[in-house]
Design a binder for this molecule. Structure first.
Ligand code: PDD
Length: 291
């Protein structure tokens, strides 16, 4: 079955889907995106993804292409046409099409592209073994809170990880502070058993999964602090793990050449991963698409 994409008002077979060569998303990475996980037919934290999308658009002065209700109907239709029950929805909104010029007109019509992909997410087997990460310099701009499609630093870091047969690249500032990973947020369990993750400032993408894990952890009685931590503290931590839409909760057992704790996934990470799975299972098809 060929995949159906939605591109600027039309549902088209993905291999024939096209965008204009002067789309600013193509020429300047002048656009934003979201990735939503579809779990047993229900989007996970849909409202939070839409809220972040709205914020990213607002920060860049890109008007929403339509109401959130209309956008939701289109996403549901793409999901329906592709018969996806498990996988991801990718949606991208670019500023629009114009003759190449760095400055933009505020009257452009934004482009909207939606695709879906079947997938089962990271396997239990991988999570139960834990993953290796590499460290990499965070060479991104100063507005990492905006989910911009300009991902060159992220892809270079992820490639560094791939070349080292690692799952992710953990990014750090010149001062050695861990910001996040190339496509996920980073957490540690500190010496005093407090869960620590970088605060949701402009220096990181405020992960939707991060926010849910914060809620689940607090509701389960964990001590949680949002504060920066260093690469050095991460290496000495009791546990390290990642969170993200396509990562869920992923224990880290190796950082570069350094083994984390005893080299096995930690109990906090595995417990939170379980709680997150329960949370996804509790999705209600009647309300999951509400914004
Ligand atoms: N990435 N940090 C970065 C830089 C990310 O790109 C992502 C997600 C996250 C986690 O955010 P969330 O929990 O909202 O997925 C953190 C998506 C999955 C991607 O680019 O494919």
């Amino acid at each position: 079955m060929s995949h159906i994409a939605y591109v600027n008002g039309r549902y088209v077979p993905q291999q024939h889907a096209q965008v204009h060569i002067e789309d600013r998303g193509y020429q300047f990475a002048d656009g934003v995106y979201e990735v939503v996980y579809l779990w047993k037919g229900c989007p996970v934290d849909y409202a939070a993804h839409i809220q972040r999308l709205g914020r990213s658009l607002e920060e860049l002065e890109i008007p929403p292409p339509m109401s959130w209700g209309a956008l939701t109907s289109i996403i549901k239709e793409v999901v329906r046409r592709n018969r996806i029950v498990q996988g991801i929805v990718y949606l991208q909104i670019n500023r629009g099409v114009a003759a190449r010029n760095h400055a933009y007109s505020r009257t452009l019509r934004p482009s909207l592209i939606i695709t879906v992909k079947h997938g089962t997410g990271p396997s239990e087997k991988v999570a139960n073994r834990g993953v290796k990460v590499v460290s990499a310099a965070d060479i991104r701009w100063a507005r990492r809170d905006i989910k911009s499609v300009a991902l060159l630093p992220n892809i270079l870091a992820k490639q560094k990880a791939a070349d080292a047969k690692a799952f992710e690249a953990v990014l750090h500032t010149p001062e050695g502070i861990v910001t996040e990973a190339s496509a996920s947020n980073v957490w540690i369990v500190a010496k005093d058993k407090t869960l620590v993750t970088h605060p949701a400032t402009k220096d990181i993408l405020g992960g939707v999964t991060r926010a849910t894990i914060l809620k689940l952890a607090r509701a389960s009685g964990y001590k949680v602090t949002e504060r920066p931590f260093s690469v050095k503290e991460m290496r000495a931590a009791k546990e390290v793990f990642l969170t993200g839409t396509t990562t869920f909760v992923m224990p880290v057992v190796q950082i570069d050449q350094h083994t984390v704790a005893n080299g096995a996934p930690g109990e906090f990470a595995l417990d939170l991963r379980n709680r997150y799975t329960h949370y996804m299972n509790s999705g209600n098809p009647e309300t999951a698409w509400n914004v």
